[in-house]
Design a protein around this ligand. Structure first.
Ligand SMILES: [Fe+2]
Length: 525
């Protein structure tokens, strides 16, 4: 599966060594630089930046050229104050290793807070496109505005990534990508465009799928426009997988842990995430498999952003129909394990980490970026419930622990952002979703997909009546959300495309909402 060493233990150690070697700034004399003459542009996958803090940001590229084969390549990088690179802030070298698909993850330190920068890479005679990125304000700074774009779910065969054409004009400080960056499928019925390569099962398959996505110019351009903060959902590996339990799509493999490790490695190789995401080990997981994606970053005193991982550490869905793998919608009253407090969505370590983060939550906006709809969605009108067992609804004890943690620590200005469901859902985070008069602990904006289809069902008024903690839902529009945070208010604008099956589609505002600081109330703007 993996073309790295096959034993799990060596896998992990080797990955760590490779990541460290790749990120190390090596001061070699020019004569020993490994710089092959490249017949074609090796930077066709573009550049990206991500995981910003107040003094650092990850700079990413990946070299692609038949001439590289198994060679290690020295890549030079520059960070400048200006787009012409006349005022260089930092520069250095990194190694593009064949074992990591010639990806490069550079982490310049000591950058100035709250600053826009330009960056580029050089290999041989080739120079990469120029990327633009920024640092966040210092943790004690009184920042006045954060414009955050949230997006998720970009199934290649369901449409064009035209959303990113329009996103480039949103003046975003950061893109928060909430999962399903790729899909593992071999194609789709009524595909808008073909998916080369078939099912993603091996490291090479996953690598090719990421490269396919980056072949679309609009996505490359958005990566070059501002830093991204990323987490994943199921399709970066397999539909509905849970921890080390496989999901239900496509051919099954003999060793799911190895498939997951290959998928995780390909994710690392193509995303602007820190080398340290590879360096954490958690007891109980197969070594070599973990990627530590969850984390937090402060945007001055204005906002703190937690990003969660609700796929890697979760227990399996319960009571799926016919005992199958993957998810179902069902009546929880028929499922004894539904409310079992031992079941987890985040895993014990991440859950404790979130609780500790909530305990230290500041007075600004406390943003929680996670994969899916947080609030309960009961699909059955009237008495009784029908719930989906893959999202938070299927892990209700875990959701209650999180909302109790919000209450216990009196977390102010909680804003949950999500994806996964390919529909916009806007509402309130409730202390008890079965009691409409229970306290609102925060607000929730679950975003629609970049392209992935939804059922487009017209029963929205009925669903909202059954689930009054939601104030708005739309199952048609594809696009993204823009959340602008100021000390006084959050303004969220849902942006949707006319038609994702066309490349020249227009964007429009579906709805806008305002949340005043200090009040967990969503109002139409
Ligand atoms: Fe999705």
């Amino acid at each position: 599966m993996s073309d790295l060493n096959p034993t799990p233990h060596t896998d992990r150690r080797r990955l760590l060594q490779l990541a460290a070697a790749s990120a190390a700034v090596l001061w070699l004399p020019r004569s020993v630089w490994s710089q092959p003459r490249l017949a074609s542009d090796p930077f066709t996958l573009g550049v990206a930046s991500g995981s910003p803090s107040h003094d650092s940001v990850v700079l990413w590229t990946r070299l692609v050229s038949p001439a590289l084969a198994s060679q290690q390549v020295t890549v030079r990088w520059e960070v400048a104050h200006d787009e012409q690179f006349t005022r260089i802030a930092q520069s250095g070298q990194a190694q593009a290793l064949p074992e990591l698909a010639h990806s490069v993850h550079v982490e310049p330190q000591g950058l100035e807070p709250d600053r826009w920068y330009f960056y580029r890479f050089m290999a041989g005679d080739a120079v990469s496109p120029v990327g633009r990125t920024r640092t966040f304000p210092a943790p004690d700074a009184m920042a006045q505005k954060l414009r955050l774009v949230y997006a998720s779910c970009q199934r290649w065969e369901h449409g064009f990534f035209s959303a990113y054409e329009h996103m480039q004009r949103e003046n975003a400080d950061v893109v928060l990508f909430l999962g399903d960056y790729i899909y593992e499928y071999a194609g789709a019925a009524n595909a808008v465009r073909p998916t080369p390569g078939g099912w993603c099962l091996s490291l090479d398959d996953y690598r090719a799928r990421y490269a396919l996505h980056r072949s679309e110019a609009a996505l490359r351009a958005m990566h070059a426009a501002c830093p991204w903060i990323v987490t994943w959902d199921d399709h970066e590996v397999q539909n509905d997988y849970a921890g080390l339990t496989p999901g239900d799509s496509g051919p099954s493999v003999a060793d799911f842990a190895a498939r997951r490790a290959a998928a995780y490695q390909a994710f690392y190789e193509h995303m602007p995430v820190r080398a340290s995401t590879l360096t954490r080990a958690v007891a109980g997981l197969r070594e070599g498999a973990e990627m530590r994606l969850y984390g937090q970053v402060q945007f001055g005193q204005l906002a703190n952003l937690l990003v969660l991982d609700d796929r890697q550490y979760r227990g399996a869905q319960v009571c799926s129909r016919g005992g199958k793998l993957g998810s179902s919608t069902l009546d929880p009253a028929t499922c004894a394990a539904w409310d079992d407090p031992a079941r987890t969505l985040l895993g014990a370590a991440q859950e404790q980490w979130v609780d500790a983060a909530f305990a230290k939550a500041g007075a600004g906006w406390n943003i929680v970026g996670q994969q899916t709809v947080f609030g309960q969605r009961d699909w059955r009108s009237g008495p009784g419930k029908t719930l989906w067992n893959d999202g938070w609804d299927g892990y209700s004890a875990a959701r209650s622990r999180l909302t109790q943690s919000l209450q216990r620590h009196k977390v102010a200005n909680a804003v949950f952002l999500g994806g996964d469901v390919h529909e916009n859902w806007v509402g309130h985070v409730k202390a008890d979703y079965d009691k409409p008069d229970s306290a609102a602990l925060g607000v929730e904006f679950c975003g629609t997909s970049i392209t992935s289809r939804s059922a487009g069902n017209q029963k929205i008024p009925e669903w909202l009546a059954e689930n009054p903690h939601f104030v708005f839902a739309d199952s048609v529009g594809k696009g993204y959300g823009v959340a602008e945070f100021t000390p006084q208010r959050l303004t969220t604008t849902l942006r949707v495309l006319d038609d994702v099956t066309r490349q020249d589609t227009r964007v429009q505002t579906l709805a806008s909402f305002v949340v005043q600081a200090g009040r967990a109330v969503v109002e139409r703007a």
